[in-house]
Unconditional design. Structure first.
Length: 448
């Protein structure tokens, strides 16, 4: 009997314990379920491309959606900074989101002088914290940046080009039948360039017809350029400069170190040869236009990132280039670009590689670096660009700060230029830009 009573006591006690455990477990599960969720934030500038006129209201709309099963309360703090991270203003507003709901918040920012500015939208809610970063521009066409052009700049490049002219180009082109298609002929092109080095490229020409306008594509940083079949109304010439793609016979630097090759010498810096390679490519097109069914009077040079700098150089220095299009131009306004890049909380390319080189070579200072770059900064060629220009940029670009892109853009000799800004992209543009570029080219060249 005593054993039975003990057993019953054990059963009751265990039941109570299990009941408490289950209740606690269920409560934990309920709280865990309530804690599960996300907050989605969609930020749209008041102007479609994030560019405002000086007299316009600077406004952002923030659509905030919560999937949490409990209310989310807190605040939205919005900080405005200069493009080199100097704090300019801060404000906040309360945020209240009921469970599984959406709200739209309107933020108006103080007016600013021409330039580009960062705005950080910081959410601190009951179960969620996040910061959304955006950039906006004010009257970018009015941005004026300092020109750092050496006194002997023009003489240096005249001498360089004269030397290139003394080198026999030995132009060659042969059809690559494996790469040709039913609609396109693909040619492997070869030529001698600066220092007698052989460089190569690919020319894609539609079959039939003649006098095709030429899209001359110069490379981004260490990009291996391939045949481009995508343009139906153009012949497309893609060039591999020294050290890139199928032009690595003599110079084959580590890709990460390309822009450091002979950086301490104005005369031996790799970009001297790279710029000449791009110029020689334009020479190839004009010299062989009739044989290849090309229209030498309708050449457009195009490039992105490093290719943007190269495109500006070719447009400035070759008389047969009639249009220039580029995206996110690397190295534009190197003095400001270096200063802005050095202000980032995290060291970012390309400033990163220059910082690292200077640390390892302390006798080569920032001032010496910029003194070399003064001969290669594409901004210093801008006043020689007399053809029309189309520029595309992403406002979130940290490799090519928007201020620097517009600093160069505003210095072009031809003032009837256009730009296309993508507010939510960094070092790239979107498909819409390339569609716009295609029809812009056809319109300017008066193509059907």
């Amino acid at each position: 009997m005593q054993l039975l009573r003990g057993f019953k006591y054990f059963i009751v006690t265990a039941g109570v314990i299990l009941g408490c455990c289950y209740s606690s477990f269920a409560q934990d599960k309920q709280e865990e379920a309530e804690d599960e969720g996300e907050v989605f934030i969609d930020v749209k500038p008041g102007s479609k491309n994030g560019i405002f006129k000086g007299d316009e209201t600077i406004e952002f709309k923030l659509k905030v959606k919560s999937t949490y099963k409990q209310n989310q309360d807190g605040k939205l703090t919005y900080n405005v900074l200069s493009d080199d991270f100097k704090q300019l203003s801060t404000n906040s507003m309360p945020v209240h989101l009921t469970k599984n709901s959406s709200e739209t918040y309107s933020v108006t920012l103080p007016k600013r002088i021409p330039g580009f500015y960062r705005v950080h939208f910081q959410f601190n809610l009951s179960a969620y914290d996040d910061t959304v970063k955006r950039v906006f521009g004010i009257d970018p066409e009015k941005i004026k940046t300092t020109l750092h052009k050496p006194a002997d700049f023009d003489a240096f490049w005249k001498g360089t080009i004269d030397t290139l002219k003394s080198i026999k180009p030995e132009f060659k082109f042969t059809e690559d039948k494996k790469k040709s298609t039913k609609e396109k002929i693909v040619y492997l092109c070869e030529m001698k360039s600066w220092e007698g080095i052989t460089i190569r490229g690919w020319l894609v020409v539609p079959k039939g017809g003649k006098n095709y306008p030429v899209l001359y594509r110069v490379p981004g940083y260490t990009i291996d350029m391939k045949p481009d079949y995508d343009k139906e109304d153009f012949a497309v010439f893609t060039i591999n400069v020294r050290g890139n793609g199928n032009s690595r016979d003599v110079i084959a630097p580590d890709y990460k170190q390309y822009n450091l090759v002979n950086i301490e010498s104005r005369d031996k810096y790799i970009y001297r040869g790279t710029y000449m390679d791009c110029l020689r490519g334009a020479d190839f097109l004009t010299a062989n236009a009739a044989k290849l069914r090309l229209n030498a009077d309708k050449i457009v040079v195009e490039g992105g990132s490093q290719g943007g700098a190269l495109a500006v150089f070719v447009a400035a220095m070759h008389p047969n280039v009639k249009l220039c299009t580029y995206q996110v131009p690397l190295y534009a306004d190197m003095h400001d670009s270096y200063a802005i890049g050095s202000s980032y909380p995290v060291d970012t390319w390309p400033t990163l590689v220059f910082h690292d080189y200077i640390k390892k070579h302390p006798s080569f200072t920032k001032e010496k670096l910029l003194a070399v770059w003064d001969y290669y900064d594409p901004q210093n060629f801008a006043d020689k660009v007399k053809c029309k220009v189309l520029m595309g940029i992403g406002l979130l670009d940290e490799f090519c700060p928007p201020r620097c892109s517009f600093g160069m853009f505003n210095k072009f000799a031809n003032k009837s230029n256009e730009y296309f800004v993508v507010p939510d992209k960094a070092h790239e543009v979107n498909f819409t830009y390339f569609t716009f570029q295609y029809y812009w080219l056809k319109e300017v060249f008066r193509m059907p």
